[in-house]
Write a protein that binds this ligand. Structure first.
Ligand SMILES: Nc1ncnc2c1ncn2[C@@H]1O[C@H](COP(=O)(O)OP(=O)(O)OP(=O)(O)O)[C@@H](O)[C@H]1O
Length: 420
């Protein structure tokens, strides 16, 4: 047996206590979804503290391209790097449970990891999850290390090795790897509950949604358009952003809600400098009701304190007062540069930068009130009539789009060695 595999390690800290099984089950579920349509059959095996993805044996490929030349393995690694909850991704080989097979796999993986030179140093890290093996961990490490040293002439460096070969003995097999790729970490999406993110076309809200996912929230999206006063460009943008983010969830839902008429009604009711805050409150009420109907327990926005005039402390409080669910603001204390850098890493920045007709730039007053109170806003809202009816009407116009993960946007699988 010599099977390409990818080991997924997850942070031990989060695994302590009674939550361990819930956490692991959710992670397995998410891994299964992420591997749908990856390009070949991938089997998920659960071992203690590690998930092992095994792929079909490809002796034909090994001959031409070495043990890590399998494009399916590269595609699996690319997706595994985007699964929240996975802290380390290690491509390698699953072999029979003998010291000889482990040493042969280690040699091939070492050659593939650094094919053209002698690295500064290597180390073998042995580990036995099963004690049913003829060698101790130290003996196994020495056996594999001697093979690499003798065959390849690589120097041993146990403290700061350039190449780290892991040899993990399990119940039925041995897993050997020569590469560790950092994963996203965090808690598996879905293990903390469900929330609804208010997704604009800007840079901030997609980053906020992703931060919430990293704490284990499963996230759906709602976007308010200026329709019928604006064209469809902001809806396309919201859909593209939701697709990009759905990769971290294995799928999501996006609701599009036309807000234009209600915005006009607010302006006609004399909102003046309160227009922007009044619109935000309407979004809060509508999103709260939508979330309630679809089982979400909190709302998420990309607000960051003081970033724009609608985000003063007073205005944030006035807007929040209209929400009937907890309002999470993961970016409250982030600087714009930090948000932009994260948006670039996530691949949402390139979508956010596209021009669109945003509902909030409609009916923009010449000046935005920075110190509003809920009382002021309540007076204005009273002129619109029954708020519950306004919200019902807005929800009646909502359109639901199921969002499949946009894997085609994933960068081409690179040689695994180059991934970091
Ligand atoms: N059209 C919209 N649809 C849904 N949510 C919105 C919309 N406009 C704003 N929001 C929500 O309100 C938050 C604050 O929006 P605002 O435009 O004031 O700030 P921003 O810092 O520019 O945010 P972003 O970069 O996310 O647009 C957004 O992060 C988003 O969560």
């Amino acid at each position: 047996m010599r099977q390409p595999c990818v080991l997924l390690k997850y942070g031990e800290l989060a695994l302590k206590g009674r939550n361990k099984h819930r956490f692991e089950d959710r992670l397995v579920h998410n891994v299964r979804r992420a591997m749908e349509g990856v390009g070949g059959p991938v089997r998920i095996r659960r071992r203690r503290g590690v998930l092992v993805l095994t792929l079909p044996e490809r002796p034909d490929l090994e001959a031409q391209a070495g043990p890590l030349g399998d494009p399916l393995q590269a595609a699996v690694v690319a997706r595994a790097r985007e699964i929240i909850g996975v802290s380390v991704v290690q491509p390698g080989l699953r072999v029979d449970k003998t010291p000889e097979d482990a040493a042969a796999a280690a040699l091939d993986l070492a050659r593939a990891a650094v094919p053209d030179r002698v690295p500064a140093g290597f180390a073998v890290r042995p580990r036995r999850r099963s004690k049913d093996f003829p060698l101790t961990s130290e003996q196994l490490g020495a056996h594999v290390g001697a093979a690499v040293y003798t065959e390849l002439g690589w120097p041993v460096d146990l403290t700061r090795p350039e190449v780290e070969i892991t040899v993990e003995v399990d119940q039925r097999e041995i897993f050997v790897t020569a590469e560790r790729i950092k994963g996203l970490g965090g808690l598996p999406v879905g293990c903390s509950g469900r929330a609804l993110a208010l997704l604009s076309g800007g840079y901030d809200s997609p980053v906020a949604a992703h931060r919430a996912m990293r704490r284990g929230l499963s996230v759906d999206f709602v976007h308010f358009t200026g329709a019928p006063l604006t064209g469809p460009s902001s809806a396309y943008k919201a859909y593209a952003l939701a697709r990009r983010l759905a990769r971290f969830e294995g799928g999501a839902r996006l609701w599009l809600i036309p807000l234009g008429k209600a915005q006009k009604a607010l302006a006609t009711a004399g909102a003046g400098s309160l227009q922007v805050v009044a619109q935000r409150r309407l979004m809060m009420r509508t999103a709260s009701e939508l979330a309630r109907r679809h089982g979400a327990e909190a709302l998420i926005t990309g607000d960051s304190l003081g970033q724009v005039s609608s985000q003063t402390l007073a205005n944030l409080a006035t807007v929040e007062e209209a929400a009937t669910l907890p309002l999470l603001r993961p970016l409250l204390a982030w600087d714009k540069e930090e948000i932009m850098a994260e948006a670039a890493r996530l691949g949402t920045a390139e979508i956010s930068k596209l021009a669109d007709e945003d509902c909030c730039s409609l009916l923009m007053p010449p000046s935005v009130a920075t110190r509003t109170t809920p009382g002021q806003l309540a007076k204005l809202e009273h002129r619109l009539g029954e708020m519950a009816e306004t919200v019902d009407n807005l929800l009646a116009g909502a359109r639901l789009l199921p969002v499949e993960p946009g894997w085609e946007d994933t960068p081409e699988p690179r040689p695994l060695r180059a991934a970091s």
